[in-house]
Write a protein that binds this ligand. Structure first.
Ligand code: MLC
Ligand code: AMP
Length: 475
């Protein structure tokens, strides 16, 4: 086996692993501190109520209810489908139909058709459950592709356990740490690393609600997580940034950290951020190490158990010389099982010899350091760390009666990394509030974080001789 002691021997029931002395403030969320005992008792009571289900949906706002729902399902071996709390009508319908969730666990959206199982924060149970199989699916996480609606990424308990243990190793993350972040609880970053990580390692977690510089400065952690948008806002607020100089590690990921933000953070806090790279499908596969080099613009080396390689368009090896770029492929114990109900998409993601094609373009130097150059497709946008498919936004916009043609692109943005911009050929008269109406339409149909930040009405879209829109000419 290429990595240390088998992670599968350890339980993914986070509290079983992190059991030890009770901590009065193991998890703080919504300003409420939960002790390890509170969490175990209340989450086991959730487990009792939900144990007969196979798969449930959780409206994953950063709340006590979400924490108890997720931990309760892990205890009972029930698969969680985290649903973004700002999901609009079309996205909600798709996630529920595709996932086959049988109930809402905790608060449900207005007009929910599925049964609702309440999360009772003050109920307690001390029942014990056998550890489910490591191959059992822990989560179905919905994530965007270049076209079509989001796909469900099936992550097993074993993959999550391996992924978290590899990060604990890379970051020397121990029970002495206090993790602080304010990221959403429906993606790998905030949910798996940011909630299950501390529970597994046994460190404290403070969730700040929103990831504002002020909230980070006030939280007094040792370990901080943020997407690059969070770090660029932190460096715009030097007083808050300086307050982070006492931290042990500032970790950035989910999108490229601009070199000037890296440098500014080092200048203001006295420490260079740790960068790491991952995907919903693979968890975190590359990172700089707590005890290793941190190089601006580079995301480090494979974490424990991971191997990487570069391939050109015809599948031939690309040299690891720090300059040559190729499609990044990975293998490791934290990689997902496949896309739910999508055998073709699943098959297309792996090479014949079992490597996962990330869709990112990278360079690797002789020391094994990786630089992520960008995505192979312009149709996957990263905005504020959120992955948004141009195709899903285009489909939503084409559903508006005022839109004849549309092309959605991600344009460079100092704050968000990429800003979602829709180029629209209108059908008929264009009223004054047309752009705002289209933005609201996407927010209501998909989710608020997938809305275009800007709509540009154009007379025609640039097309090539085959009639295909030339997105590289838009901007
Ligand atoms: C604005 N709002 C609207 C609206 N316009 N609401 C409804 N309709 C409209 N048209 C409201 C929003 O509801 C929100 O309200 C407020 O305006 C601000 O919203 P925003 O502008 O979208 O927020 P912003 O400040 O830009 O968010 C920045 C951010 C966020 C960094 C906080 O982008 C973020 O949390 N990103 C994290 C993404 C992430 O975790 N990715 C990880 C993927 S996993 P209110 O009231 O809510 O403020 C992964 C793997 C890996 O990538 O490697 O980690
Ligand atoms: P998601 O599925 O939301 O997890 O998005 C995964 C994508 O985010 C990857 O395929 C990369 O394009 C991007 N990404 C994640 N971390 C980094 C990073 N540190 N640097 C550059 N891109 C990143």
């Amino acid at each position: 086996m290429p990595y240390g002691p088998s992670p599968l021997l350890r339980s993914l029931n986070p509290l079983a692993v992190a059991a030890g002395d009770d901590l009065p403030d193991a998890v703080t969320v919504e300003g409420v501190a939960l002790s390890r005992g509170d969490l175990l008792g209340a989450a086991t009571s959730v487990a009792e109520r939900v144990a007969r289900a196979e798969r449930v949906a959780v409206l994953a706002a950063p709340t006590v209810s979400t924490v108890l729902a997720v931990v309760g399902c892990l205890i009972a071996g029930v698969t969680v489908v985290p649903v973004p709390p700002d999901s609009g009508a079309a996205e909600l319908e798709h996630i529920l139909a595709d996932s086959g969730a049988q109930a809402w666990l905790g608060p449900a959206p207005d007009g929910a058709a599925l049964p609702v199982v309440p999360v009772r924060k003050h109920a307690r149970s001390w029942h014990t459950y056998p550890e489910p199989d490591a191959a059992a699916p822990a989560f179905v996480l919905y994530t965007s592709g270049t076209t079509g609606p989001p796909k469900g990424v099936v992550l097993s308990r074993g993959a999550i356990a391996a992924g978290l243990d590899a990060l604990a190793d890379a970051w020397s993350w121990t029970a002495k740490d206090t993790l602080v972040h304010g990221l959403p609880l429906f993606h790998v970053h905030g949910l798996i690393l940011g909630l299950l990580g501390p529970l597994r390692v046994g460190s404290r977690l403070v969730h700040t609600g929103k990831p504002t510089p002020r909230a980070y400065a006030q939280a007094e952690g040792t370990l901080y997580f943020g997407v690059p948008t969070v770090w660029s806002r932190v460096v715009e607020d030097p007083e808050s940034a300086r307050a982070l100089s006492k931290a042990r590690l500032l970790v950035s990921g989910s999108a490229p950290l601009p070199v000037p933000v890296f440098e500014k953070l080092r200048e203001l806090t006295g420490q260079a951020p740790v960068e790491r790279y991952g995907m919903s499908e693979t968890m975190i596969t590359l990172s700089t190490r707590a005890d290793g080099e941190r190089r601006p613009g580079w995301v480090g080396t494979p974490v424990r158990g991971v191997r990487t390689r570069l391939r050109d368009e015809s599948g031939e090896p690309v040299p690891h010389d720090g300059e040559s770029i190729g499609g990044l492929q990975v293998t490791g114990p934290m990689v997902f099982d496949g896309y739910l109900n999508r055998p073709e998409a699943t098959a297309a993601s792996w090479t014949e010899d079992g490597w996962f094609r990330t869709g990112d373009v990278a360079a690797i130097d002789a020391a094994g350091f990786h630089r992520i150059v960008g995505r192979e497709s312009v149709d996957l946008i990263k905005s504020g760390g959120y992955r948004v498919g141009a195709g899903e936004v285009e489909t939503a916009l084409l559903g508006h009666p005022g839109v004849a043609e549309v092309a959605v692109v991600g344009l460079p943005d100092d704050d968000l990394g990429q800003r979602i911009v829709a180029f629209v050929v209108a059908r008929g008269e264009v009223s004054e509030g047309f752009g705002a109406e289209l933005i609201d339409h996407v927010a209501r149909q998909l989710s608020v974080h997938k809305r275009p930040r800007e709509v540009r009405v154009v007379p025609a879209l640039p097309r090539n001789a085959m009639g295909k829109v030339q997105k590289k000419l838009l901007g």
